[in-house]
Design a binder for this molecule. Structure first.
Ligand code: 21W
Length: 246
């Protein structure tokens, strides 16, 4: 998959794509992340990419033409069609469902705003979808783009080794993760739960599922409401709830 990213901070984006699982996916040709800087496509010797807002008010607004020129350059770099996603506080909240949709695409172009935002005429004419990464105020879209690079990159076929992908699948079912433990078995901070120290893999899988269900019920009932539970899930959760209330 090829990701083209329009950003005034290309170094930041390239650095975020060089890390860990995503970095390896890039090395293995599973993912290509290319940053394009609107400042390189801005005219005039001041190479302006922003201007004052009509109607007054604080801050600056990103100019249409440098963005359009940069978008044209990004499109021209690869013949395949590519949806244009603007990272923006006004966007739809990012979910794993959306990430899976993006990860299945051959190409995607991400646009990162800075300042107070982008001239609305560019948004209306060139942007297919606006995405927010949460209800808090950032200084620009680059962190949102880095989040997308990571979330999409790790889903590229072959990016995760078998163990990790198995874990990822279980988590993908919309529940919170179970607790994790490693050595030592005994520690001043406590013991590793006995079930994990034994070899009964069915009991371990049940315990982990019960912990995921219980923790989701306690911490994110909104996620639980959206998850279809099997009969055995329901039994495990009810046992967890009884123990919790006891
Ligand atoms: O570009 C982003 N942020 C820069 C930014 C932040 C705030 C304002 C508007 N400020 C005045 C105002 N507030 C309410 C009404 N009017 C404009 C631009 C961004 C991309 S994805 C994302 N996801 C979560 N949060 C984010 O900020 C982002």
């Amino acid at each position: 998959m090829r990701l083209d990213i329009l950003t005034l901070f290309p170094d930041f984006i390239q650095a975020s794509a060089a890390l860990g699982v995503v970095g390896r996916a890039c090395e293995r040709g599973l993912l290509e992340v290319v940053a394009h800087n609107p400042r390189d496509h801005a005219a005039g010797n001041y190479r302006r990419v922003d201007e004052r807002p009509f109607g007054g008010g604080p801050g600056m607004v990103m100019l249409i033409d440098p963005l359009r020129a940069t978008l044209a350059a990004a499109r021209a770099a690869d013949p395949r069609p590519a949806p244009v996603v603007l990272l923006s506080p006004q966007g739809e909240r990012l979910t794993q469902r959306r990430v899976r949709e993006f990860a299945a695409m051959p190409r995607l172009i991400l646009v990162c705003g800075r300042y107070e935002g982008i001239d609305e005429r560019f948004v209306e004419a060139e942007v297919d979808l606006e995405i927010s990464i949460g209800d808090y105020v950032l200084s620009g879209g680059e962190l949102g783009a880095a989040v997308l690079v990571d979330a999409i990159g790790r889903l590229q076929e072959g990016a995760l080794n078998d163990a990790a992908s198995a874990v990822q699948d279980s988590f993908e079912d919309g529940l919170l993760d179970c607790p994790h433990y490693t050595r030592p078995e005994s520690h001043a901070l406590g013991e590793v739960p006995a079930v994990l120290r034994g070899g009964d893999h069915a009991a371990i899988a049940r315990w982990r599922r019960q912990q995921s269900l219980g923790r989701t019920w306690l911490r994110r009932p909104d996620l639980l409401a959206r998850t279809a539970l099997s009969a055995s899930d329901r039994a495990l959760l009810e046992a967890f709830q009884r123990a919790w209330r006891a």
